[in-house]
Write a protein of this length. Structure first.
Lengths: 168, 683
């Protein structure tokens, strides 16, 4: 754990403020600078021919933005949306440019300041667990927070439609 | 017209003598002799003297030896390639440090070059209008100045040379004809390439080899300048007595390609008129303040305004319909609400208008194509443009340019007969192509019209039968036959194209126009000409839609694609393998599918006779779509779903509905294709 990097990233790169949120009993976090706003869960218009975790599109003050259910994306069992369910609107850098996207999370927790000392290397979990969308982990006050690489979570090229739609 | 002919003729001689530089020179020298002579004949005396003084008029004896004089500059190395190829990117040092400045320069320069091109085409029509030269010179000067200020040496050098030519033309020391216009047009092309290349290089792309083109251009410019300046005054004095009327006839071999009938047709009059116009006449006309009345705005900012205004409308109507508010009976409140509604509607109209631009820029490109193509094909053509101020969505103007260019090129290449054939059939040898745009309701109609041979209905029918596009015994109406030229199978085969008289790729034209939610029609009369009528919505941002319910979602079907909707009686629905698969609408049987299942949306199977069937027509095929409910017709603002959903078929975008939710806008073309593919897979 004494190395200066956590896989692809220098520790120093990961230092900063994070918005943490919960999925089930796990704590995840995204850089605050990537977060545009947090809105309450709202009516989502379903889009056909997309993976289940893509819930559809919402109207964010005149802009159409895709919404992804992070629970389903990460393989959690689906849960009913509650009063605390939120859509975090984030800016994602895709190969085609910056895009706004919404991610549905169980609830938003807090904004954390993560320091160099708190950052740990992403452990190797073996083949079953995908780690390429983790930037690293932070151990803050005894709790482990997973630092998400949103650009990877939401697909490298941002195309989330299934390649072979089931027509007719 | 007369002007055109007299200047067109010498130029047409060029291809014939191209092989030998010397011969070319001779031709050119003579041409200029002729031009100068006629001009001098009536030019103010004072001016002639001035020229003489400046240019050290050679003795009259030199007239006979005009050839060597003109040849000399061609031999001298006037421009070296090194001058125009700055190998390293040092010239980009300034712009590299300021991307915004660079982009501004590029956008502005290309804008100016566009203006210059338009004015050049006008100048081609009216070479005697010297004010046009000023209009060309000024933006050219600006481009040069900007390039120089930013240290982009290669652009500056080329621009500088051409500016010299323009300056000489402006001061009347060089006669402007088609050769000059051609050359400056080429300069515009080369400069556009170079300036675009600057952008590419800044983006890290390797440099394109524009150097050689630039050098050729500059050499030609210098050659032209020297040639004109030396040839012109050299003969000015002795030929003042020569009757102007003779000059065009004796100096040039009759070109076969460009038919200029009646060569002696009143050139003297024309030249008189030109000569009487002092070339500096409009030099003091103040520059139009066009720059002050327009600003450049990033389209994203415009889109943001449109987005927010759209939301404002939604919120406004939500508030207006709020039950709590409508429970209040208050005159003042009602008045204010009405006022608010008017203002928001006004705001929306205005914000939509921000995206509208005149179609001029597209027409300009078409004009250029017609000009080039008519020269290439040796068919003299008058291009008549009307309604270039008609405004439509900027994106539409961009997208329609290529199809229009294609149609115009087709008209010139295949529609218009060679001059001799035209004369044989009693038409004027000069053909007319007209390009016009006008409003019709919420649509814009663009016409591309030629007075050429028209479509040969019988031949199209024959080749369509040969190609198997229609049944051998089918006997469609003439209009339907003409539409066959838009069929993909029809125009791709070269042989068929030959007989049909229309070029390759009309199917692409139709597809492009349909993707803009427009349609194209043909009106043609054999022997009289053909008109293409393109009908486009004013903007792609607003769509006339039909709201339908599919499962829990509301979707928008473009009203243009919907033929009818019906509640089918049980006997109209035909079952295949226990499934409702076909519907009989009057005499035709159409495939019947559930909209939800085509798209792959979760919804329960519907009994068509209990639901609504919407008949959608796209690309000639009709299908029946089963939907749960037909809600209403509505004009919706079209939004893109973004790249993330680019692979979703059958969906064209999203619309923000009255309650602020998004409804998917369906793509009839995609749906019809999916149905077709689906049944093919099943078969």
């Amino acid at each position: 754990m004494s190395t200066a990097t956590t896989g692809r990233f220098q520790r120093e790169e990961l230092v900063g403020k994070y918005l943490t949120f919960a999925l089930g009993n796990e704590e995840y976090s995204v850089p605050v600078l990537k977060v545009r706003e947090i809105i309450k869960i709202m009516d989502i218009t379903a889009v056909p021919q997309v993976p289940e975790y893509v819930k559809g599109v919402v109207n964010l003050r005149g802009k159409v933005i895709p919404v992804v259910d992070l629970r389903l994306k990460f393989g959690f069992p689906a849960a009913d949306y509650t009063e605390r369910t939120c859509i975090i609107v984030v800016e994602v850098a895709l190969s085609t440019g910056a895009r706004m996207m919404g991610i549905i999370v169980d609830h938003v927790s807090e904004v954390l300041n993560v320091t160099t000392e708190e950052i740990e290397q992403t452990p190797q979990f073996g083949d079953e667990i995908q780690t390429d969308y983790m930037k690293g982990i932070a151990k803050v006050r005894g709790h482990v927070k997973i630092l998400l690489d949103l650009d990877r979570v939401l697909g490298v090229d941002g195309t989330i439609a299934m390649p072979q739609p089931s027509a007719a | 017209m007369t002007t055109r002919k007299s200047s067109g003729k010498p130029r047409a001689a060029k291809p014939a003598v191209k092989a030998k530089a010397k011969a070319k020179t001779t031709g050119k020298a003579k041409t200029r002799v002729a031009a100068k002579a006629t001009r001098k004949a009536s030019a103010p005396k004072a001016k002639a003297t001035k020229l003489d003084l400046e240019l050290e008029l050679p003795p009259p004896a030199a007239v006979a030896a005009a050839e060597p004089i003109v040849e000399q500059p061609a031999a001298a190395p006037v421009a070296a390639i090194e001058d125009f190829v700055v190998d390293d990117d040092t010239e980009l040092a300034v712009v590299q440090s300021d991307a915004e400045l660079a982009n501004l320069f590029i956008a502005e320069a290309l804008d100016h070059l566009g203006t210059i091109e338009a004015k050049l085409l006008e100048l081609d029509e009216r070479p005697e209008d010297t004010s046009l030269l000023n209009d060309i010179f000024r933006p050219f000067h600006t481009v040069k100045g900007n390039a120089s200020a930013l240290g982009i040496v290669s652009v500056e050098r080329v621009a500088h040379k051409v500016e010299n030519l323009l300056d000489l033309a402006r001061s009347g020391r060089i006669q402007v004809g088609e050769t000059e216009v051609d050359l400056v047009l080429r300069a515009v092309d080369v400069l556009s390439l170079m300036i675009n290349d600057v952008g590419q290089r800044l983006a890290g792309q390797p440099r394109k080899a524009t150097g050689a083109e630039a050098v050729t251009l500059v050499q030609q410019v210098e050659y032209l300048i020297t040639g004109q300046l030396e040839a012109g005054p050299a003969v000015a004095a002795p030929v003042t007595e020569t009757p102007a009327i003779e000059t065009p006839v004796i100096e040039t071999p009759e070109p076969a390609a460009v038919a200029a009938p009646d060569p002696g047709e009143e050139p003297a009059l024309e030249h008189d008129r030109r000569g009487a116009t002092p070339s500096r006449r409009r030099d003091d006309v103040p520059m139009l303040a066009a720059t002050a009345t327009a600003i450049k705005v990033d389209t994203r900012k415009l889109d943001n305004i449109v987005d927010v205004v759209g939301e404002l409308i939604v919120v406004q109507s939500l508030i207006a319909q709020d039950p709590a508010l409508s429970a209040l009976v208050d005159g003042r409140l009602a008045r204010n609400m009405a006022q608010l509604r008017r203002l928001t509607a006004d705001l929306q109209r205005n914000s939509m208008a921000l995206r509208m631009v005149p179609i001029r820029q597209a027409f300009q490109k078409v004009a250029r194509v017609v000009r080039d193509q008519s020269r290439k094909a040796g068919k003299p053509i008058d291009l008549v443009i009307t309604g270039e101020d008609t405004e439509l969505d900027r994106k539409m103007v961009e997208e329609i340019t290529d199809p229009l260019m294609h149609m115009a090129r087709n008209s010139v290449d295949h529609g218009i007969e060679p001059p001799d054939a035209r004369e044989a059939s009693g038409k004027p040898a000069r053909a007319t192509v007209s390009l016009s745009a006008y409003y019709q309701g919420s649509h814009v109609i663009i016409e591309v019209k030629d007075d050429g041979a028209g479509l040969n209905t019988q031949r199209i029918l024959e080749s369509a039968r040969r190609k198997g596009l229609i049944a051998p015994d089918a006997n469609p109406a003439p209009e339907d036959i003409h539409r066959l030229i838009f069929e993909p199978g029809f125009s791709t085969a070269a042989k068929v194209t030959e007989v049909s008289g229309r070029g390759v790729g009309m199917d692409v034209v139709r597809r492009n126009i349909e993707s803009l939610r427009g349609r194209v029609d043909i009106r043609t009369e054999y022997g009289q000409g053909t008109t293409f009528l393109v009908r486009l919505p004013l903007t792609l941002a607003v769509l006339d839609g039909l709201l339908v319910r599919v499962g829990s979602e509301r979707c928008v079907l473009p009203a243009a694609a919907v033929r009818e909707s019906l509640r089918p009686k049980p006997e109209q629905v035909h079952f295949v393998q226990g499934q409702p698969r076909m519907i009989q609408v009057r005499e035709s049987v159409l495939p019947l599918v559930s909209l939800g299942s085509v798209l792959g949306m979760s919804c329960e199977a519907l009994d068509p006779s209990a639901a609504t069937v919407v008949v959608v027509e796209e690309g000639g095929s009709r299908i029946g779509l089963v939907v749960e409910e037909l809600l209403h017709k509505q004009e919706v603002v079209v939004k893109s779903l973004g790249d993330s959903f680019s692979a979703v078929r059958g969906v064209a975008g999203g619309a923000i509905l009255g309650d602020g939710r998004i409804g998917l806008i369906l793509d009839p073309h995609g749906i019809v294709t999916m149905v077709r593919d689906g049944s093919r897979r099943a078969a």
